[in-house]
Structures are given as C-alpha cells and as structure tokens.
Design a protein around this ligand. Structure first.
Ligand SMILES: Nc1nc(=O)c2ncn([C@@H]3O[C@H](COP(=O)(O)OP(=O)(O)O[C@H]4O[C@H](CO)[C@@H](O)[C@H](O)[C@H]4O)[C@@H](O)[C@H]3O)c2[nH]1
Ligand SMILES: [Mg+2]
Length: 210
C-alpha cells in the first residue's frame, strides 16, 4: 500500500510551507523563560459513518513522523535505514479522514472536500456537522483541529477516494464492533488521539443502541 523503497533525512528548509520552528520567549512570575515550538496548519477531521453498510470509514496512510518515531525509539538510525529490518508498514496509521486548513475556504467546505478527496463521498456541505474543537500537540504545536460528523450512503460514493496529487491513502471500513474494540482494547494501528476520540464520540452519541 505504502510503496516506500528508500528513506533518508535532511535539514528543514526555512521556507517549509508545513512546519515553521520558533523559540518563543516570555516572562512568567518575574522570570524569563523560553519554549521551542512549531507553527503548523490548523486542521479538520471527519467522523464518517456509512449508514447503508453500517460501517465507520477511516483512512490508512504512511506517516513519516510515525515511522521516524518507531525507528528511533527502537534505537535505529532513520537515515538510509534498512527497510527489511524496519518495514515501511510500521509507519502506517489508521486515522479519521482529515486535512489541513491551508486554503481560503470555510472550515466546513474544507471538511467536505476532504471527505470527497480522501474517501470518495460527494456530499453537500450542509451534511457535514460540527462536533467539537480541540488543540493537538500542546507541548510543541498547539494547533486547532475541528472535528465533524457526516453520515453517508453508498449513493453518495462518487470515486474510490485515495487522496489528491501524490497522496496514497487507503480507505478502510470498520464495523461498529470493530471500532469499539479499537478503543476498548487499544490497538497497534498507530491511531492518533483525534481518531480514538472520534470513535468514542460516535459510540456515545450516534451508534445504534443495542
Ligand atoms: N504535513 C505535511 N508535511 C509535508 O512536508 C508535506 N509535504 C506535502 N504535504 C502534503 O500536504 C497535504 C496534507 O494532507 P492533508 O491536508 O490531508 O492533511 P493530513 O496530513 O491528513 O493531516 C491532518 O490529519 C491528521 C490527523 O489524522 C492531523 O494530525 C493533522 O494535524 C491534520 O492536518 C498532502 O497533500 C501532503 O502530501 C505535506 N504535509
Ligand atoms: Mg489527510
């Protein structure tokens, strides 16, 4: 799925459109302090439920940051790493459909577009409901993410999804029971807290009662 054949490292260019590092200075309780932080884009995520098949829709993709974390925690060196020892599949994650807010469009419209681009469901913006907002990575980035909920049907499916440009995204469907296991027992699928939160919110507020 991930089709990674080689990985290596380089310095972060100062003009990265995705990540800008800063040292933030402040005086607190009369004492000067500083904090190293990253400015990143805010984002949207969408809990997607296909009511025709009663499945939650997730996306699976290779995340360089996750792969880097796994290899280095294991004591490995990521630069030109041996991909037989550390298969790239280690860096694949199960996530909610999500995307960065980097366009001059409403957050709701960006959420609607991500549902189409990543998962292939073409829904009007009115069907994407706001759920809650939170801050992620509060130690280093503090970016805002707004979570949405959207019910889709097989009739809304217009493409197979998979992302735009060079993105390689696999659309994964889980039954409510499979998703429940993900948050009851934990899982080894590298899910970020936003995804686990979305599943728990769905189970509390939307899942059909048994
Ligand atoms: N980040 C980045 N760095 C690059 O160097 C870099 N180089 C190219 N790109 C391109 O930017 C686009 C980013 O994709 P999305 O808009 O779908 O955003 P996500 O990566 O899905 O991130 C969301 O979802 C996550 C939760 O699941 C959250 O953690 C994030 O906060 C949240 O934004 C893709 O076209 C990717 O090819 C980079 N993107
Ligand atoms: Mg995305």
């Amino acid at each position: 799925m991930e089709q990674i054949t080689k990985v290596w490292l380089g310095p972060l260019p100062a003009d990265s459109p995705y990540v800008k590092p800063f040292r933030f200075y402040y005086v607190q309780n009369g004492k000067e302090k500083n904090w190293d932080l990253l400015k990143v884009h805010d984002s949207v995520s969408i809990v997607l439920y296909n009511t025709t098949r009663q499945k939650l829709i997730f996306v699976k993709q290779f995340r360089p940051a996750v792969f880097h974390g796994i290899v280095t925690t294991d004591g490995g060196n990521v630069d030109n790493v041996d991909l037989k020892k550390y298969p790239p599949s280690l860096g694949c994650t199960m996530e909610l459909c999500a995307g960065i807010v980097d366009k001059d469009k409403s957050w709701n419209e960006i959420a609607r577009e991500e549902v189409l681009e990543e998962c292939g469901y073409d829904v009007p913006v009115e069907r994407v409901e706001e759920v809650m907002t939170y801050r992620s990575g509060v130690g280093s980035q503090g970016s805002k993410q707004k979570m949405y909920y959207c019910e889709v049907t097989d009739a809304d499916k217009s493409t197979s999804g998979g992302g735009v440009d060079d993105e390689l995204i696999e659309v994964v469907e889980l039954s409510i029971e499979e998703a429940r296991k993900m948050v009851q027992q934990g899982s080894d699928n590298n899910s970020p807290p936003s995804c686990l939160l979305g599943v728990m919110w769905f189970l509390m507020n939307k899942a059909p009662k048994q």
